[in-house]
Every structure is written in structure tokens, then in C-alpha cells.
Design a protein around this ligand. Structure first.
Ligand SMILES: [Zn+2]
Length: 65
């Protein structure tokens, strides 16, 4: 569902295709905001993975005693 954004949500200026920011006011385009949300999600997933590994190793070491 890739939807091309024609105008800035903030100031209404025309936006270049696939631009991350508005030329006029500097606001993020919808595409850039989606990418940021995706990056945050990936980061969170990675963090949870690391936490899971640490908890898993802690559990394994405590179970060995
Ligand atoms: Zn703008």
C-alpha cells in the first residue's frame, strides 16, 4: 500500500517524490515517519532479543548449579 504523498501535511507545499522532508518547512513526510516507526520497531525487537538472550543465559547458568 505505497501511497504517494503530493503535498506536505504541515504547510501544504508540493513534495518531491520519495522525499523524506518537506523542502519548505522541513517537516517529515508520511514516508519518512513510517520509516522512523519501522526503525524504532526493529530497534525494540533487537533490544528484546538481547534481553531474552541475557535472561536465557542467566537461567541456564543458575540451572547448572
Ligand atoms: Zn511543509
Amino acid at each position: 500500500m505505497e501511497q504517494v504523498q503530493g503535498a506536505c501535511d504541515n504547510c501544504g507545499a508540493a513534495i518531491v517524490a520519495n522525499a523524506a522532508y518537506c523542502d519548505k518547512c522541513g517537516a517529515r513526510t508520511r514516508r519518512a515517519r513510517r520509516l522512523v516507526r519501522l526503525a524504532i520497531r526493529v530497534e525494540l525487537l533487537f533490544f528484546l532479543l538481547v534481553v531474552g538472550i541475557v535472561i536465557g543465559f542467566t537461567w541456564i547458568y543458575s540451572a547448572q548449579r
